[in-house]
Design a protein around this ligand. Structure first.
Ligand code: IDP
Ligand code: MG
Length: 146
């Protein structure tokens, strides 16, 4: 589960960010633009509820539209998180989304699930079953997956 966060949408980086996951071979099975409501933001970031940055994190993620994306692929969690880069953009590797476009942790452009289990929960929080096309036959699949 990927979120192109409000800063990235506002900065016109949505296409650039989607492009990187697509080019890597990850398969898009869900994609939409929405503005996250407070209740959904608090649910999504529930694990951080007691952290001092929780209020600003919820304010950030609800502040403007986001683009959410459900991806599938080999080791999709690890691949997507490497493509996003380290949580603190100033420390993220060049070539990663955060390393190429960000500086501060509170404006770090993209979210990626940290486990398959959490990914499935997060996808279910953001998408209805009808909005997901799992298993659609992508023409290049045989050239991406062995
Ligand atoms: P991740 O997005 O790389 O998985 P997490 O530790 O899960 O990082 O934190 C979730 C989000 O909370 C981060 O992407 C960032 O937006 C925000 N965040 C995490 N730690 C801090 C902090 O120390 N200050 C401000 N925001 C933070
Ligand atoms: Mg996280």
């Amino acid at each position: 589960m990927i979120i192109v966060k409000p800063d990235a949408v506002q900065r016109g980086l949505t296409g650039e960010i989607i492009k990187r996951f697509e080019a890597r071979g990850l398969k898009i099975i869900g994609l939409k633009l929405l503005q996250v409501e407070r209740a959904l933001a608090e649910k999504h970031y529930d694990v951080h509820r007691e952290r001092p940055f929780f209020a600003s994190l919820v304010a950030y993620i609800t502040s403007a539209p986001v683009v959410v994306m459900a991806l599938e692929g080999t080791d999709a969690i690890a691949a997507a998180r490497a493509t996003i880069g380290a949580t603190t953009p100033s420390e993220a590797a060049p070539g990663s989304i955060r390393g190429d476009f960000g500086l501060e942790i509170g404006r770090n452009l993209a979210h990626g699930s940290d486990s398959v289990e959490n990914g499935e929960i997060e996808v279910a929080n953001f998408f209805s079953d009808a909005e997901l096309l799992s298993g659609w036959p992508r023409a290049v699949d045989g050239w991406v997956f062995e």
